[in-house]
Write a protein that binds this ligand. Structure first.
Ligand code: SIN
Ligand code: FE2
Length: 226
């Protein structure tokens, strides 16, 4: 069995296009993994993964934490970015240098040079966890792309169009894959199908860890009312 068999999926190669400004960079994150995993443990020790509640009152199946200046949160008051971890009242952990490097390098590979994220949402999926179709629209600056890194268990990524009802492409995301979408594809609906139970990943067991890097802009704490 080769190493690739062990980790499952395809080899690094040509970017796979999901749109004119959306690509999958297969295995792009693999060389960064030895530095990424200890960095995640450091973040988790400070701001643990937790299940947040949506404005509609549902508890998310995905557990999340953040690093960087801004962290994405949700509660009964809405979806938003916050400079503070609501659980600790403290700032989120700093974004580790290896995270910044990976985000910048992957964005550049996809054609978005000079990407400097100020927010990184870290999602943890266990079997059965899913992320329903949504747009990333809590950021202030839509000119910056979203850079999404997958580690551990294989997931089925759903990538739709500009409207919720548009056709959805389903594609597996393997350990080390990076998806970048920006420009005219920045507002495409996307999500993750319920994670299947599968043989444990050698490094991460039954879990899938995803981070999405964003340029979230200026923090705001209350909804703007006209
Ligand atoms: C997200 O859209 O925040 C997560 C996407 C993923 O887990 O691949
Ligand atoms: Fe998203």
């Amino acid at each position: 069995m080769t190493t690739l068999d062990l980790f499952g999926g395809s080899e690094p190669g040509e970017p796979e296009r999901l749109g004119s400004q959306a690509v999958i960079l297969r295995r792009f994150a693999t060389p960064y993994v030895p530095e990424l995993l200890p960095a995640i443990s450091g973040i988790e020790a400070h701001s643990p993964f937790r299940h947040m509640v949506t404005p509609g009152g549902f508890t998310m199946s995905v557990a999340l934490t953040n690093c960087g200046h801004l962290g994405w949160i949700t509660d009964r008051r809405g979806y938003r970015y916050s400079e503070l971890d609501p659980q600790s009242g403290q700032p989120w952990p700093n974004m580790p240098a290896v995270f910044q490097r990976l985000a910048r390098d992957a964005a550049a590979e996809a054609g978005f040079v000079g990407f400097e994220p100020d927010a990184c949402l870290i999602n943890r999926y266990l079997p059965g966890a899913r992320m329903s179709l949504h747009q990333d629209r809590n950021e202030i600056d839509f000119t910056a792309p979203i850079v999404s890194v997958s580690l551990g268990a294989t997931a089925t990524f759903l990538f739709g169009g500009q409207e919720r009802s548009d056709k959805v492409v389903r594609t597996p995301l393997y350990h080390g894959d990076v998806v970048v979408w920006g420009g005219e594809d920045r507002m495409r609906f996307h999500g993750v199908a319920p994670l299947k139970d599968q043989p444990p990943h050698p490094l991460l067991g039954r879990q899938r860890i995803n981070f999405t890097f964003r340029k979230a802009g200026v923090a705001y704490t209350c909804a703007h009312s006209p």
